[in-house]
Design a protein around this ligand. Sequence first.
Ligand SMILES: *Cc1c(COP(=O)(O)O)cnc(C)c1O
Length: 458
Amino acid sequence: MDLPFAENYKIKMVEPIYQSTRKQREKWIDEAHYNLFNLRSDQVFIDLLTDSGTGAMSDRQWGALMTGDESYAGSSSFHHLKDKVKEIFGFDYFLPVHQGRAAENVLFSVLVKEGQVVPGNSHFDTTKGHIEFRKAKAIDCTIDEAFDTNGGHPFKGNIDIEKLTNVLESHTKEQIPLIIVTLTCNSSGGQPVSMKNIKQIRAAADQYGIPVIFDSARFAENAWFIQNREEGYANKSIREIVAEMYQYADGMTMSSKKDGIVNIGGILAMRNENWYKQAMVFNIMYEGFNTYGGMAGRDMNALAVGLDEVTNGDYLENRIRQVHYLGNQLIDAGIPVQKPLGGHAVFVDAKSFLPRIPKEEYVAQTLAIELYLEAGVRGVEVGTLLADRDPETKQNRYPKLEFLRLAIPRRTYTNNHMDVVATGLMNIFERRNSIQSGFQIVEEAPIMRHFTVKLKQK
Ligand SMILES: *Cc1c(COP(=O)(O)O)cnc(C)c1O
């Protein structure tokens, strides 16, 4: 008999978590104004709010923390990380920042101006926020197949080259500061972008003289999908695939809280020296001196090791298998999820799950609250709350898809935890027709409202 698959690590340190009663959770979610971001972590049993900054570091990373160099200028930790960025991505110019949105803030301060447009594949919310904050516009050019949750397209993060070309054609070069390629595409379901598509984007960008920036939060997971799904890459290593992907980019922003497997930090890197010189000024103003940016020396050390681990050995196999272990249980139970399964999360199609809730009552948020009440599991809404209002008309933007995202932290939970999540959702699925109404907004912020919005039962 073949031996079954098992994780390629053992656990050296544990943190207790507590199961509460439904009665307790009813009280807590009411006190939190039906916003899961307002819960205390000890009110949550299994926390799938995000895979951002919630992973477990390795013993090598904890060791690297101890040898961090906290010199204000020129620390060896900065140079470790700079060398690692060059080795993996090939960029000469690197600035450390405190997280992904800080990289966006610094880079867009240099490149994005009022009235411009930034085409890309379902821009992440902070990316869109930083574009709109500068009174520019994010244009989503994701392929239509991404919005069909049942379609089997292997690369639903792809950019539709025709849509992109239309944007490039209908604007002047001066109106388009850059194209953003999000790897993997978080907002459309953790879906990867193929190498073929990356090459096509580059070719279109070159034709019109527009730079290409990779939003790289989950670059390694994207490479895994290329290795496993794209013809010609099965025998290439993750390192080789990443190197090939980044040949086609002029620069990158990265939240290292995802595929950096650290709890805080970010990367801004580029080829263009002129951009770098301008970015340094903003980095000093917003983040810190250029050899630490927003990071401690120890954090830069741990990130350098994390980048090494995420691109080597069986790490990605372990990671993605666990996400698919959860996803396949839901699929087997007939629960509608985004297919094929993505890399960091399972996206439950809330509109199909709860067809009786009108879109004005925040369908995915309603399902997220149900799952918390049922099992103490915290997921997150990726739907109308996240999509925010149109900056011009101030009307709610209703996205094509309403998801409950279950993001799996890296190396943190076991498959027993995944079983609890799956069973919780199956229980709700059984009684789904008894859920008749959703929520309404009581209070909201003018931008990125989902973090702080207050809701009440409709
Ligand atoms: C998380 C994320 C960001 C922003 O990073 P933070 O570290 O949260 O600021 C940007 N883009 C994508 C695709 C992300 O997943």
